[in-house]
Design a protein around this ligand. Structure first.
Ligand SMILES: [Zn+2]
Length: 287
């Protein structure tokens, strides 16, 4: 009988250490600077409008910018892209057909958010550096950590995808790993997943037998929820692309498997819109 783990799913997603307090301080300063810039733009526009109205009380601007308020609801996440609204991506190897398929599926994240992946040539500088083959694992660094690797060093890896892989394999793997590149963590490890009652013994047994994972790695990739200090989560979403397929024997009292997801869930879309709002300076007709 095939199980979720026997499918061509990823072999684990890796992370590096949390940022240092100094790095967090620097990012907070950048965030504050961005807010200050928005404030100044808004004030300049209001001054300009007041001056025009003084000259001509009947003046009506054709368009007015929409200045978004700072997002007070979002809990700070230290790997979110704060200033980079365009994230360059490049391929270190792989065929044109594989590149096209990755580009096609990754773009779904862009359709719902204000952040864009642009694909550049191997010679150009990129934040996300993709490698194919070599082993059967798929993984990505999380968010801005992608910048930490050298230009010829992978920040994302697709060990299972080939020219022959199905569209469904591309969709679930590419969306999941690009979700990590946007700063999303595993849904089964987000702070609101803390209530999952894992049948730990079974998880260790299956992962060791089928993927040769150590207990340490199972803890790191599956069982350990992340701190609320670092991660903002929606309610637990069993349709999230960031969730591993989970068989019912892994969770005490579960009645069915949670299957492998192949596309973005409604909550995934809400989350990416919250973290990366589309067009913060979009213009609208002024009435
Ligand atoms: Zn993952």
């Amino acid at each position: 009988m095939s199980s979720p783990l026997n499918s061509t799913w990823e072999g684990g997603c890796y992370e590096v250490d949390e940022y240092t307090p100094q790095q967090i301080g620097e990012m907070r300063a950048r965030e504050a600077e961005e807010e200050e810039q928005k404030k100044q733009m808004k004030e300049a526009w209001e001054r300009d409008l007041a001056a025009r109205l003084q000259e001509d009380p009947n003046y009506v601007p054709l368009v007015a910018p929409v200045f978004s308020e700072p997002d007070k609801l979002a809990v700070y996440n230290n790997r979110r892209w704060l200033l980079e609204k365009i994230i360059p991506v490049k391929f270190l190897n792989g065929s044109e057909i594989m590149h096209q398929k990755v580009m096609q599926h990754a773009s779904l994240w862009n359709e719902y958010s204000g952040v864009k992946f642009i694909f550049v040539s191997k010679e150009e500088e990129a934040y996300v550096k993709i490698g194919f083959g070599g082993d059967r694992t798929s993984w990505s660094l999380i968010g801005t950590n992608c910048k930490a690797t050298g230009q010829n060093e992978e920040s994302m890896h697709f060990g299972l995808l080939t020219e022959e892989s199905s569209d469904m394999d591309y969709s679930r793997t590419v969306l999941h790993e690009f979700g990590h590149a946007l700063g999303f963590v595993h849904e089964h490890q987000q702070p609101n997943a803390v209530g999952i009652k894992w049948n730990e013994k079974q998880v260790y047994l299956d992962c060791a037998a089928e993927m040769n994972w150590s207990e340490e790695r199972v803890k790191e990739q599956i069982l350990t929820p992340m701190s609320k200090n670092f991660v903002t989560g929606t309610n637990f979403d069993n349709l999230s692309i960031m969730l591993y397929p989970i068989r019912k024997s892994w969770i005490l009292e579960a009645t069915e498997d949670i299957p492998c997801q192949t596309t973005l869930s409604p909550l995934d879309i809400l989350a990416v819109q919250k973290w990366y709002p589309p067009q913060p300076y979009a213009k609208r007709i002024f009435h």
